[in-house]
Design a protein around this ligand. Structure first.
Ligand code: GAP
Length: 513
């Protein structure tokens, strides 16, 4: 099945089973804004819990905060967002559609990559076992031609972005003969900068309302509180502050479902270190974060680092952790060495001394910061994409199963009485009443057992138990494993011991310790 079709299926599965709904749907929706349904909110909460606990439980020197979304507007001036949090946009005069100029060029780069990969796949088929991919890439005339064009484009693009040269970005689009996907024409406007922050007003106009911004990242709430936390928590460098919260960006190109939203959620951690040690910490955090992702069990080949070509003026190292989505490798998390830029800027704009006093060195300095910044929604999408499976069963039937990591699954256990009578529903309820304190259980008595299994597979429930007439005699139930579909007979008294460990976030955390 084409990856595009897989993605469409994942989107409709999210809607059909209560994971994600388009926002304001009965009013025809609101572009790039989504609501999480009854299953989605559980999965999202579990992702957040996994991240939060991996930060504040596993690291003695990391604590959390929850800062307000509204902040003093000068914060965004100091951070550079008012002047420089821009995307280069371009319009097609015929279709009246608006695009990000950088995205159009990046898509063109991806087209060259696709062409090269197609040549490689074709040759691999032709030569079979004798195929030497490295040699083919180094010598095949067509591959070399594509690679040369790609490299030249990449070089030109990086230079234009680094120099903020909007005229050159437009010229690249013209020279590469990039057409509007809607009108098919090359009738492009100039490239302009567009600020991504949403603004609103605080206070009544009579009092002189103040223009304030909806935060485009949670990080600044950490920076402006770092000294409060350091002093009240008696923290010593190196230490970190973690935060989960909403962020807002007026994205120009809002596509690909919850990948790029206008309202989204971030999990950010700022790690404050001694100047000069930041690159060492940057590498440590790269490894810690990659391990966190890999522990989800989708296969290490689903992740890769992508080092930034264009470093922000305040960063001295930056990388993305990319995940293999149905539409290619895409950024899920950014890890940035932000130097002392943000803290120095806040010191300058606020006029307050926010230096750290290092008791061991007996000196004050502005700490350097390593940031790990991951999107909850993108993580959600990566997990849904990698978990979605359509399987052909030995009996000729097929099933859709979400092979979610058990610790993140919205429902951990479904309790199914074989029939709706003879005391089986009561027994099933009794079992739920015992287990509901430990994990999320669901009761279902409607339809055949087969149909009920399919419903649980579709929402990713790792275990189902069937309560039958025999249960009333021997107090045992049939425990079914979602992935293997194997069934075993187990005593009710052992259920907690068998399941709790396998579905707990604690168990997942132990694998990354
Ligand atoms: N404080 C640094 C920062 O905000 P970023 O790379 O702009 O860095 C970090 O964002 C993460 O936030 C991204 O890796 C992504 O997962 C998520 N993110 C950013 N913009 C998003 C959007 N429009 N929709 C969904 N997630 C987004």
């Amino acid at each position: 099945m084409a990856q595009e079709d897989v993605f469409k299926k994942i989107v409709s599965h999210c809607k059909e089973y209560g994971f994600v709904f388009p926002s304001s749907e009965i009013y025809d929706g609101l572009a790039a804004v989504y609501d999480y349904g009854q299953m989605g909110v559980e999965l999202k909460n579990n992702i957040k819990q996994y991240w939060w606990q991996s930060m504040v439980l596993l690291h003695e020197n990391i604590v959390g905060i929850d800062s307000a979304i509204f902040m003093h507007p000068t914060i965004w001036k100091a951070s550079g967002h008012v002047d420089a949090f821009n995307d280069p946009l371009i319009d097609n005069r015929d279709s009246k559609k608006r695009y990000r100029a950088d995205v159009l060029i990046e898509e063109q780069l991806a087209k060259y990559d696709d062409k090269i990969n197609k040549e490689v796949v074709k040759a691999a088929k032709r030569f079979g076992d004798a195929f030497d991919e490295a040699q083919f890439r180094a010598t095949n005339a067509r591959v070399l031609e594509y690679q040369t064009k790609r490299d030249a484009l990449h070089e030109r693009y990086s230079q234009a972005m680094n120099a903020n040269d909007l005229t050159e970005l437009r010229q690249i689009i013209l020279d590469e003969e990039i057409v509007c996907p809607v009108s098919g024409t090359r009738n492009w406007t100039d490239v302009r900068q567009f600020n991504l922050m949403f603004s609103t007003e605080m206070g009544s106009t009579a009092d002189g309302a103040m223009k304030i911004y909806l935060r485009p990242e949670t990080a600044q709430g950490i920076f402006v509180n770092y000294l409060n936390v350091q002093k009240t928590g008696r923290m010593k460098i190196p230490f970190g502050i973690a935060q989960i919260g909403k962020a807002f960006r007026n994205e120009i190109v809002a596509r690909q479902f919850i990948f790029r939203m206008r309202e989204f959620e971030q999990m950010e951690m700022q790690f404050f270190v001694k100047p000069g040690t930041e690159l060492d910490w940057f590498n440590r955090w790269k490894n810690i974060r990659l391990k966190w992702h890999q522990a989800l069990g989708f296969g290490n080949d689903h992740y890769r680092f992508h080092d930034h070509d264009k470093l922000a003026h305040y960063a001295n190292a930056a990388t993305d952790i990319e995940f293999l989505m149905p539409f290619g490798f895409k950024e899920v998390e950014g890890i940035h060495s932000r130097t002392n830029f943000d803290l120095s800027q806040h010191e300058k704009y606020s006029g307050k001394n926010i230096k750290y006093f290092d008791p061991e060195q007996n000196e004050s300095y502005t700490p350097y910061v390593i940031e790990t910044s991951i999107g909850v929604d993108r993580t959600f999408l990566s997990i849904m994409s990698a978990s979605y499976c359509e399987e052909q069963l030995p009996n000729g039937e097929s099933r859709v199963v979400l092979k979610l990591p058990a610790a993140l699954a919205p429902v951990k256990l479904a309790v199914l009485p074989l029939v709706k009578k003879d005391g089986l529903p009561e027994k099933a309820r009794e079992i739920i009443d015992e287990l509901k304190f430990n994990f999320h259980c669901q009761y279902d008595e409607k339809d055949s057992i087969g149909k009920r299994y399919r419903r649980q597979d579709a929402i990713g429930t790792p275990y189902c138990i069937t309560v039958d007439h025999q249960t009333l005699e021997d107090n045992c139930v049939t425990l079914r494993n979602r992935d293997t579909m194997e069934q075993e007979r187990v005593p009710v008294a052992q259920l907690l011991g068998i399941i709790a460990d396998r579905v707990s976030i604690t168990s997942l955390l132990k694998t990354i310790q």
